[in-house]
Design a protein around this ligand. Structure first.
Ligand code: KE4
Length: 422
């Protein structure tokens, strides 16, 4: 065990500040990162890795992008936080609204969890309804009411998905399978009048990468409109990643509320919840839905977010999609050549794969994949200088700093790792 991990475990539960970092899904000790630059990270022992985690998608320009570093340094020199409104929060709110037509107003917070929690409370406050529907395998942060798993059968109320979450807290949470409109119909038939929100990742990326089936998002939109429930897109991963207006921009399906994170904060603690003014104005101090945060709209995070958004033009998204496509094609060819039954998925600029013959339509399929094989490949690639997400239930996040040569290097390492594993 590395010295740092040993030291960390003495003072931090599991040695990490977020469970997925502990390598629990893949085994072994986590890499302790000393620094990052572009597509690369360097560990405390000086080993370098091509990084496909990129702070779970936040570092879309790559690590330590000079424009982001300079924007944060300049902001820090003027003070790190005031607990008072600042111009840059307005500029970032305007930048989000300019990119996402469905967002007329936005509230900035410090994490995706906080954005999801706010969206949930806002949906309930705005509709006066209690139930919220989420989808098995989708993750929206560690909000108590959303740490629920599908009860037996599909339309039963949620069961606590974590210790410390009471049955009462998830009593109004209904969990149904992703990509299954009939399951949602059953829920709406039973609870429709009392459903405040249907919360969905428009591309699921927390059960591995599972795109919506054709017509699925349109089906959610139609059903929410009919039931009077708010459709909430959790675009924490897809927002500003798959395009300037996230999946709602790519599909033309317009949610009533959206939550954003990661990219929009440029790797600093910032997330956002946005939507029509008629809904957003229910938030305090205007409305009766309370929500607050000491560091919300933080001057450093808004500087980083603006520095990133202004560099995400059409050419950037084209370049990112080219990189993602090269990865997808190369992964598929390498697995086929190695005779490894795998399903490679690309959702615009996001890439993922399962050791599963496919199709992978939802959480049950994702869990049936060979995660032991993923773990072995993870370490074989780590030994070859490629750092994949330390879990088969995540997605790969190529950045704008990943060059064609980096993708080539990645695929060379993959072919070598698969041959060694054979
Ligand atoms: P945070 O509270 O971790 O900032 O965001 C929660 C969240 C909300 N919605 C979606 C779609 C998300 O993917 C996330 C967080 N993503 C995970 C990785 N897939 C964060 C990694 C971690 O937990 O350390």
């Amino acid at each position: 065990m590395s010295d740092w991990f040993e030291r960390a475990r003495r003072r931090i539960p599991g040695g990490v500040n977020s469970p997925v970092r502990a390598f629990g899904s893949v085994g072994g000790d986590p890499v302790f990162v000393a620094r990052g630059e572009g597509a690369w990270i360097e560990d405390v022992d000086g080993r370098r890795y091509l990084d496909y985690v990129q702070s779970w998608g936040a570092s879309i320009l790559g690590h330590a992008h000079p424009a982001v570093v300079e924007a944060v340094q300049r902001a820090a020199a003027d003070g790190t936080s005031f607990g008072a409104p600042t111009p840059r929060e307005v500029e970032l709110a305007e930048a989000i609204c300019a990119r996402v037509p469905s967002v007329e107003k936005v509230r900035l917070v410090s994490s995706g969890t906080e954005a999801a929690m706010t969206a949930l409370r806002l949906a309930r406050g705005a509709t006066g309804r209690s139930k919220v529907v989420k989808f098995a395998g989708c993750y929206h942060g560690h909000v108590d009411a959303l740490l629920a798993q599908a009860g037996s059968g599909v339309a039963t109320l949620g069961l606590p998905g974590s210790a410390g979450v009471t049955a009462a807290t998830v009593a109004d949470t209904v969990v149904v399978p992703y990509n299954d409109l009939a399951a949602l119909d059953a829920v709406l038939a039973e609870h429709g009048e009392d459903v405040a929100a249907v919360l969905v990742e428009p591309v699921a990326a927390n059960m591995g990468l599972v795109p919506p089936a054709p017509g699925y998002l349109e089906g959610l939109r139609e059903r929410c409109t009919r039931a009077g429930a708010l459709l909430v897109f959790d675009e924490v991963i897809t927002g500003f990643r798959v395009g300037p207006a996230g999946m709602q921009g790519r599909t033309g399906v317009t949610p009533d509320l959206s939550i954003f994170g990661k990219v929009v904060g440029g790797g600093l603690p910032l997330a956002a919840v946005g939507g029509a003014a008629a809904v957003m104005d229910h938030l305090a101090p205007l409305g009766a839905v309370y929500q607050a945060g000491t560091l919300s709209g933080n001057p450093l995070a808004t500087a980083a977010g603006l520095a990133v958004l202004e560099r995400l033009d059409d050419a950037a998204y084209d370049a990112l999609e080219t990189t993602a496509t090269a990865l997808e094609t190369g992964l598929r060819a390498a697995f086929e050549a190695a005779g490894a039954p795998a399903t490679v998925v690309r959702a615009h600029t996001l890439v993922g794969f399962f050791f599963h013959p496919g199709p992978v339509r939802g959480y049950d399929d994702a869990r049936a994949a060979d995660h032991g094989r993923y773990a072995r490949l993870f370490h074989a690639l780590l030994d070859r200088g490629v750092y994949l997400p330390p879990s088969g239930y995540e997605a790969l996040f190529p950045s704008l700093a990943h060059t064609a040569a980096d993708v080539g290097r990645t695929l060379d390492a993959l072919r070598d790792a698969l041959a060694a594993a054979a």
